[in-house]
Design a protein around this ligand. Structure first.
Ligand SMILES: [Zn+2]
Length: 196
């Protein structure tokens, strides 16, 4: 594609589209095109840290950076109960609901204090045990798998939480970078992840 055309395409993008590109799609672009994105961000007067986000995406996070982000997340007040007595942890919440031939299921990340994680996991264990089975065949197949996961994951919650947080940091590096110095914004971001 003609570079001039590419430049014009970026010039026509909405701010939100350009921000999304800067946060998530930089690694798919050619180096000269990446420069256009940075120019366009500067020209529009968008958050100047977005150009840093662009550069960050062109390299891997170091282990130290990942560890730093994990510690920042773990020292936040709990996004659920807002208390700050415990270091935050992460777990997966498994949900399964069936109705005759239909079964919906999902496993999603949940970051909170251990007390809130236990509450949410126990609530879903109960709901899964009551509402998971009633679909053929997936309800019958998946419900015992999800119930077993509840117990096996709880047994290794500390290590499992670390693995989940590491993946979470790698997947959300751009968003975390933009919020790393603002506790309230970071806490709100995590809260939205939990509710999503
Ligand atoms: Zn809590």
């Amino acid at each position: 594609m003609d570079l001039q055309q590419v430049k014009e395409r970026y010039a026509k993008m909405k701010d939100a589209e350009l921000q999304h590109l800067a946060k998530y799609e930089i690694h798919q672009l050619r180096p000269e095109v990446v420069e256009y994105v940075k120019e366009e961000i500067t020209k529009r007067g968008l958050d100047s840290r977005l150009t840093e986000v662009v550069d960050n995406q062109l390299r891997e996070l170091s282990n130290e950076e990942i560890e730093q982000y994990i510690q920042t997340i773990q020292s936040l007040p709990c996004p659920k109960c807002t208390l700050q007595f415990e270091r935050l942890n992460a777990s997966l919440i498994h949900k399964i609901r069936s109705f005759i031939f239909m079964t919906n299921y999902e496993s999603k990340i949940y970051i909170a204090c251990d007390t809130c994680i236990s509450k949410e996991k126990n609530k879903q264990l109960l709901l899964n045990s009551l509402l998971g089975w009633w679909g053929f065949p997936w309800g019958l197949i998946k419900t015992p798998v999800f119930i077993t996961k509840h117990f096996t994951e709880n047994a290794k919650r500390e290590n499992f939480g670390k693995t989940i947080l590491t993946e979470f940091v790698q997947d959300n590096a751009s968003e975390l970078y933009l919020r790393k110095d603002n506790t309230a914004e970071l806490q709100y971001f995590i809260k939205r992840i939990n509710e999503y």
